[in-house]
Design a protein. Structure first.
Length: 367
């Protein structure tokens, strides 16, 4: 397995199969249904450790290529998220192209469920951006290969609180490593993106006495959260060069790149967004050169995955919380490994996840 670079992606995009091979994917499934208007893509990255589990995201992509890029990168990230969290799962993801506020309905979600079911359990879906536990309940009517259904019918419900709690643990571990104490009292923390995960994270940080600043493209949401938690907000144009202790990206990916990293005025980057590094190798090194401690996103945002995985084995909320709390210790271990081996924190986390997959492949080969 290789770390992902923008140069590599650009080189391989001429052929979709070549692109998939370069990223290590097993399968890419295109789904469409004229009656419901469904247009979806399911990506299965790697099933060495188990079935590919990953959420379904509904987003109004500008074009189909953007949707393909997103689902391939997201599913790849799920493989490493599961591996580093010690879960017997592979990596998968699905995207539905459309506006979740106007185009999503029961018929569309049930039709999507039939496509998921046709894969026979190789892919298990769950909630992601633009989805809710009720949507997963619609999917459940067509397939058993779904998690994150409402607690009222025996599921684990919304995974967002667990994702946020895991990120909170990662932030505290980062503070411990950087400053010798995980106390966040009076630390200036910028949370970019205040959807379900971001809002839960803001609550954790405010409860500990952090000085939180928020940003989101949805100004109505900003006003509500700012009033609820008595926090300040900033505009997008003020975002990256704001003087803060910790920057927590909790929206979409690729926010860490050669345009934004030089402007950053923080000590730590630790957030919930997936694929924060536009180019994994290049941008992780740019952060290291600026002496900014980077918490690998697929490590600290794994709480939601840990929670829905528990659902597959008979849901136990307390056990999910215990395992999510362990993100704190794992994050510290990754930082120590990076320091000892003189590598980036991303490479340290990636190498551990990749080794687990390689070891399982070898064991299966020799069985």
């Amino acid at each position: 397995m290789r770390t992902l670079s923008k140069k590599m992606i650009a080189k391989e995009k001429g052929s979709l199969l070549t692109y998939m091979t370069a990223m290590g994917h097993e399968q890419l499934v295109f789904c469409q249904d004229e009656d419901t208007g469904l247009k979806a893509i399911i990506a299965i990255h790697d099933t060495t450790l188990g079935p590919a589990l990953g959420g379904t995201r509904m987003w109004n992509y500008s074009n189909s290529q953007d949707a393909v890029d997103d689902v391939l990168r997201l599913s790849r990230g799920m493989t490493y998220k599961a591996a580093i969290s010690g879960l017997n799962l592979g990596g998968g993801k699905a995207v539905i192209i459309g506006d979740s506020s106007t185009q999503k309905n029961e018929s569309l979600m049930r039709r999507f469920g039939k496509f998921v079911d046709s894969l026979g359990g190789k892919y298990i879906t769950a909630e992601d951006v633009g989805m809710s536990p009720v949507d997963m309940q619609y999917v459940r009517q067509e397939t058993k290969f779904v998690t994150g259904v409402p607690e009222s019918i025996g599921g684990s419900g919304d995974p967002s609180p667990f994702t946020a709690y895991g990120v909170y643990m990662g932030i505290k571990a980062s503070a411990k490593y950087k400053w010798g104490s995980d106390d966040l009292t009076n630390k200036r923390i910028l949370v970019q993106g205040i959807g379900s995960v971001g809002e839960h994270l803001v609550k954790h940080l405010c409860d500990e006495g952090a000085n939180v600043i928020i940003n989101d493209i949805n100004q109505e949401k900003v006003r509500k959260v700012a009033d609820k938690f008595h926090v300040d907000s900033i505009l997008e144009t003020q975002l990256y060069d704001l003087d803060v202790d910790i920057y927590a990206p909790c929206a979409l990916g690729a926010v860490l790149n050669p345009q934004t990293i030089p402007a950053l005025n923080c000590c730590i980057v630790a957030g919930a967004a997936n694929n924060q590094l536009q180019d994994e190798e290049r941008d992780a090194n740019l952060l290291l050169k600026k002496d900014i401690l980077y918490a690998p996103d697929f490590l600290i945002n794994a709480g939601g995955l840990i929670n829905v995985y528990s659902e597959l084995q008979g849901y136990n909320k307390e056990e999910s919380l215990r395992k999510t709390t362990e993100i704190y210790n794992t994050t510290l271990e990754i930082y120590k490994k990076a320091e000892i081996e003189q590598i980036t924190t991303h490479q340290a986390a990636y190498s551990i996840a990749a080794k687990k997959i390689a070891d399982r492949k070898l064991a299966l080969k020799n069985a």
